[in-house]
Ligand binder design. Structure first.
Ligand SMILES: NC(=O)c1ccc[n+]([C@@H]2O[C@H](COP(=O)([O-])OP(=O)(O)OC[C@H]3O[C@@H](n4cnc5c(N)ncnc54)[C@H](OP(=O)(O)O)[C@@H]3O)[C@@H](O)[C@H]2O)c1
Length: 244
């Protein structure tokens, strides 16, 4: 039976790079996107050119009630053994302007949805006695964010989720880890890099932002068989911007 990976937010940026990397590792890859259907189709074609199957799935992560059904459908492709909770967005807003609706949407998409994806994927991974889960958090989970209180809170919550599931799933051969990217060259921070690029680069010891493929390489390693002794860990990938 083929081994299947599921990546949320696979249409662009870090997610798209991860989809390709996992396909290169031999996984058939299902991935979700919210609106960028054309990009999702183009990526699926690239996966197929690598000789793997691809399954783009339209899913707005605010639609929490759809998640279990999506995961169970993905399992029909083969054995679901890899889950990468990657989809996310930022909203730059001062704390005093943050509404309850803004807060709830961020927590829903960036924390509740990953929880539900894990909950739905785990029975399939237990069946396979093997699983790799990677949650894409952020540097902001570690530093906080004055202009994204809800983003930093959700991403910090993901770290607690990661460690808790790592404990719960260790007896089943399922590892759970988190990655915390700094600045990566994707649409999510395009505006900020355009406005404050020079200042941001000055603060990064390596003097540049990351390529999405560099983050994907870390995620893919954590999804490999070789990474079997790593669980509950948080990996910074930030060019030295913050050293823990
Ligand atoms: N780039 C960075 O510097 C950076 C730094 C730290 C952490 N991260 C984290 O890395 C992850 C990926 O970010 P990225 O930089 O690759 O961003 P990106 O290029 O903007 O891609 C975001 C992805 O998430 C999907 N998405 C966004 N909102 C969604 C929603 N409500 N429901 C379902 N899907 C949704 C998008 O789908 P569509 O394409 O259909 O819109 C897209 O596939 C995020 O969790 C982000 O917080 C990024």
């Amino acid at each position: 039976m083929s081994r299947v990976a599921l990546v949320t937010g696979g249409s662009r940026g870090i997610g798209a790079a991860t989809v390709l990397r996992l396909a290169q590792m031999g996984y058939d890859v299902a991935f979700t996107y919210r609106v960028e259907e054309e990009k999702a189709r183009a990526l699926a074609k690239k996966v197929e050119e690598l000789g793997r199957r691809a399954w783009p799935i339209q899913l707005n992560l605010e639609e929490l009630w759809r998640i279990k059904g999506v995961v169970d459908e993905v399992e029909k492709l083969g054995s679901l053994v890899v889950l990468v909770n990657n989809a996310g967005y930022v909203q730059r807003i001062a704390p005093e302007d943050l509404s309850l609706a803004d807060w709830e949407k961020m927590i829903r998409v960036s924390l509740t949805a990953p929880f539900l994806f894990i909950q739905a994927a785990v029975p399939h991974m237990k069946k396979a006695s093997f699983g790799r889960i990677v949650n894409v958090s952020s540097l902001r989970a570690l530093t906080g964010s004055a202009h994204g209180v809800h983003y930093a809170a959700a991403k910090a919550g993901l770290l607690g989720l990661t460690k808790s599931y790592a404990l719960a799933l260790a007896p089943f051969g399922i590892t759970v880890n988190a990655v915390c990217p700094g600045f990566v060259n994707t649409d999510i921070n395009k505006e900020q890099l355009e406005k404050h690029g020079a200042e941001i680069l000055r603060q990064i010891p390596l003097g540049r932002v990351a390529d999405p493929a560099e983050v994907a390489a870390l995620i893919a390693f954590l999804c490999s068989e070789e990474a079997g002794y790593i669980t509950g860990a948080t990996f910074s990938i930030n060019g030295g911007l913050r050293m823990d």
